[in-house]
Structures are given as structure tokens and as C-alpha cells.
Design a protein around this ligand. Structure first.
Ligand SMILES: Nc1nc2c(ncn2[C@@H]2O[C@H](COP(=O)(O)OP(=O)(O)OP(=O)(O)O)[C@@H](O)[C@H]2O)c(=O)[nH]1
Ligand SMILES: [Mg+2]
Length: 165
């Protein structure tokens, strides 16, 4: 049996949500920016121990912002990967706010915070001090180099399986 798990990819406009999903699923990177219109769904099979999982990745348009929680796209989400652009502090604020909103809507479901575009340099430390980020693990990633990408989705799959979601 393959266990399906719906994972939301959330975050501000152009932080690299689509690029992270494409790096995972196709091991490809595009420098061209083609904004996502609405939602794009990608499927990726992975093994957690000897358990087969199908990650159904809902790559959302950053334009939704908090309005995503008023749509049906969010229904049945097992977890969320919330992405920021390490080179734009405002997107880190947005990530924190979206994480809080997801946790309020789905208490007990895993949420991970990802600082993408780490190939461009380190994030502004002040932006990372804002609660709730101060108390959390932030995963550094780059869809360009591939750094962190497999681990982000793999850890999310493990958390979902462990919690029986
Ligand atoms: N240097 C660098 N550029 C990246 C990285 N990830 C994405 N980009 C670039 O950032 C731009 C936006 O990437 P997308 O993946 O389309 O961003 P998105 O979050 O899906 O954007 P929306 O769909 O509009 O919300 C593109 O030009 C990508 O090539 C990265 O890790 N490093
Ligand atoms: Mg996109």
C-alpha cells in the first residue's frame, strides 16, 4: 500500500516554492521566473523506512497570502512547508505569519520553515529573531544548488508518518 500525504507549499511571491518542488521531482532548475497561477499539484514517491509514501505537493501561488486559508485547496493538508527567500527579509516575516496561521488551522500537523536561495548569501539575522522563528529550526536550502531539498521533503514525510496523519 502507498500512503498518500498532502503537503502544502506556502510562502511569499517568488521565494522559490515551484523551484524547490521541481528540484525534488525532476532534479531540474530554471532561472526563468514563471509565476504559479492558482495551484500546481505534483506527485513524488518516496520511501520512509520500508513504508512507501506518495507526497502530493500542492505548490501554491504566493499571491494567495493568507487568503489560501479561505480556499478549498487547503482542505486535508497533512503538513506545510513554508518558504522564505533568504535575501528578502520581508518574506521571512511572511513565512512566520503563514506558519502561525497554518498551526492555528491544523493544530498538531507538521510545519517546516525553509530559507531558500541560500546560495545568494546569509539571511539578515534580525529577521530570524522574530517569534515564533526564534524558537524553531530553520532549514537552509537552495533550489539552484539542490542543498537541503531532499531533506526538507524527507523530514516532512517522516513527521507525517510518525503522527499517523
Ligand atoms: N539564486 C536562486 N534563485 C532561485 C532559487 N529558487 C528559485 N530561484 C529563482 O527565483 C525566481 C522565483 O522562483 P519560483 O520557484 O517561481 O518562485 P515561487 O515561490 O514559486 O513564485 P510564485 O509562484 O509567483 O509564488 C525564479 O527566477 C527562480 O529561478 C534559489 O535557490 N537560488
Ligand atoms: Mg510558483
Amino acid at each position: 500500500m502507498i500512503r498518500p500525504a498532502k503537503i502544502m507549499l506556502l510562502g511569499d511571491i517568488a521565494v522559490g516554492k515551484t523551484s524547490l518542488a521541481k528540484r525534488l521531482v525532476f532534479d531540474r532548475f530554471d532561472t526563468d521566473y514563471k509565476t504559479t497561477i492558482g495551484v500546481n499539484v505534483l506527485s513524488h514517491e518516496t520511501l520512509v523506512g520500508d513504508e512507501k509514501m506518495r507526497l502530493v505537493i500542492w505548490d501554491t501561488d504566493g499571491d494567495f497570502s493568507h487568503a489560501i486559508f479561505k480556499t478549498t485547496y487547503i482542505v486535508g493538508a497533512s503538513g506545510a512547508i513554508v518558504v522564505a527567500d533568504a535575501s528578502r527579509p520581508a518574506t521571512i516575516e511572511k513565512m512566520a505569519a503563514l506558519m502561525e496561521a497554518f498551526e492555528e488551522r491544523f493544530p498538531g500537523r507538521p510545519v517546516s520553515a525553509v530559507l531558500n536561495k541560500c546560495d545568494l548569501g546569509a539571511a539578515d539575522p534580525a529577521a530570524l529573531e522574530r517569534p515564533p522563528l526564534r524558537f524553531r529550526e530553520l532549514v537552509r536550502a537552495s533550489a539552484l544548488t539542490g542543498e537541503g531539498v531532499a531533506a526538507i521533503f524527507g523530514d516532512m514525510a517522516k513527521s507525517i508518518l510518525r503522527r499517523g496523519l
